[in-house]
Design a binder for this molecule. Structure first.
Ligand code: GDP
Length: 449
């Protein structure tokens, strides 16, 4: 594997961590030194490494080691999460397509010669074809006639048409004509193979800007070679500063890359890697998923999922506590608040309702709205007195209810409507809880408990 050395180095980094209950400044300092060295050896730039280590440090210190995993596994999880963030976060960044009826989506492919730009154009067309999107490839590399032939050959292999006007027109003009044709013939996507250069120069940038303007491109992807390490990242930053790009395609990931490019592009340029190429064949292109790359780099997906499973087990304990609450049907604002706090830690409302028996019936829309009101709800509950939290009806019935509500609203900085919504939300949750409780008690009786 191309990340062999990096993952080995990272693996040995935490051997220094013995069985500790918490991660602390003292016990993570040696592993962090090793991680730092491993990243520098993988050709990640120093500023990126510094920021990364600082952030891992901040997130690890004081973290309790989850029951069932070791301290080093816990640290691995923090490092894995940070690596994933560094590369753009879970899920990655997708291509943005134009809506139906707005004409073809235009994608410019830019890059220096030899990085695999033309190949990437063919790969992308094939990738989109598999998604049912018909592309028109446009050859504009007028300085290298061989590149036009190369694109035509690629097009034939994957049965995707290639538009070209030879070498007598300027790249922006050819690209514009290509887009016109694609519009007339209802192609979904136009992929423009822009002119490459040996080095970054002003002409190249000016031409690229002109092509971008002429085609009103939706995506400008810079193709960079993973083998060039942090150089790929600074190149991405340079192109972004000069012409504004929407992302990078990282090629030659099948080679003996040390990982620096994959880890630095996003942090150095502010732009995401959108695809990776890992071979000369045309099907060797895949969308970039930071979490998958993290697993590859750490070479220890099993550990990450182990920690996740252990955390789920701990959550289940908490869920059982909640179950007891439900059974006794004494659900109040305190429970609600601790639920909200748990939700935050557990991937939101969706995560919680999945664990709660009988509550996984909320629709996605309901869940989304619920998520939105979580932080509002929290600030409102925080402004209630302990008695109000324990006896929610104080806010609804009785002579002091209105003045109580006024005080809560003022204290929380929210609106009357927010509080009204919270009360309704709480009310419906409590009704669910109580009917659930009746059900569960019924079942308990049936089985003779
Ligand atoms: P361009 O000059 O940037 O258009 O580069 P080409 O598309 O002509 O590719 C240059 C060389 O790199 C060719 O031999 C390709 O087969 C090779 N190449 C392109 N992408 C990859 C890749 O992901 N992995 C490997 N191993 N080789 C690649």
């Amino acid at each position: 594997d191309s990340f062999g050395t990096l993952s080995e180095r990272l693996n040995s980094a935490w051997s220094a961590l013995k069985d500790e209950d918490d991660l602390s400044v003292e016990n993570i300092s040696l592993p962090l030194k090793d991680i730092r060295r491993a990243l520098l050896e993988a050709d990640v730039s120093l500023p990126v490494v510094r920021r990364f280590i600082k952030s891992v440090e901040e997130k690890s210190i004081g973290v309790k080691v989850t029951k069932g995993v070791s301290a080093s596994q816990q640290l691995t999880k923090v490092v894995a999460d940070e690596l994933c963030e560094l590369m753009g976060g879970f899920g990655g960044d997708k291509l943005i397509f134009r809506k139906e009826g707005e004409g073809p989506t235009v994608i410019l492919m830019a890059g220096l010669q030899g990085v695999g730009k033309t190949t990437a154009c063919g790969k992308l067309a094939l990738f989109l074809k598999a998604q049912g999107k018909q592309s028109l490839l446009v050859a504009t590399d007028v300085y290298r006639p061989a590149a036009i032939d190369q694109l035509k050959k690629l097009g034939e292999q994957i049965d995707v048409p290639v538009f070209e006007l030879g070498t007598d027109f300027s790249p922006p003009d050819i690209a514009r004509s290509g887009v016109e044709k694609a519009k007339l013939e209802n192609f979904d996507v136009v992929i423009v193979d822009t002119a490459g250069r040996l080095q970054v120069d002003e002409m190249l940038m000016a031409e690229l800007l002109a092509t971008k303007a002429a085609t009103r491109a939706d995506e400008t992807l810079l193709v960079v070679d993973a083998m060039t390490g942090q150089e790929a990242a600074s190149l991405t930053a340079a192109f972004n500063d000069a012409v504004g790009i929407t992302g990078a395609v990282l090629t030659k990931m099948d080679g003996d890359t040390r990982g620096g490019a994959a880890l630095s592009v996003r942090e150095v340029s502010g732009k995401p890697i959108k695809f990776i190429g890992s071979g000369e064949k045309l099907d060797a292109l895949e969308p970039f998923f930071p979490e998958r790359m993290t697993t590859r780099i750490l070479g220890m997906g099993d550990v990450v999922s182990l920690v996740e499973r252990a955390q789920v087990a701990v959550k289940e304990e908490q869920a059982n506590l909640m179950r007891d609450k439900i059974l006794s049907a004494t659900f109040d604002f305190n429970d609600f608040l601790s639920q909200l706090e748990m939700m935050g830690k557990m991937g939101g409302m969706g995560g919680l309702t999945k664990m709660m028996p009988g509550m996984n019936t909320m629709s996605d829309k309901e869940l989304q709205d619920a998520e939105k009101s979580l932080s509002v709800a929290k600030s409102l509950i925080m402004s209630m007195t302990p008695r109000e939290r324990q006896f929610p009806d104080l806010l609804v019935a009785g002579s002091s209810a209105a003045s109580r509500r006024g005080r809560v609203v003022e204290g929380s900085g929210r609106s009357d409507k927010d509080l009204a919504n919270l009360i309704v939300m709480f009310g419906s949750m409590r009704v669910k809880m109580q009917s659930l409780s009746a059900q569960m008690n019924g079942t308990a009786k049936e089985v003779g408990l």
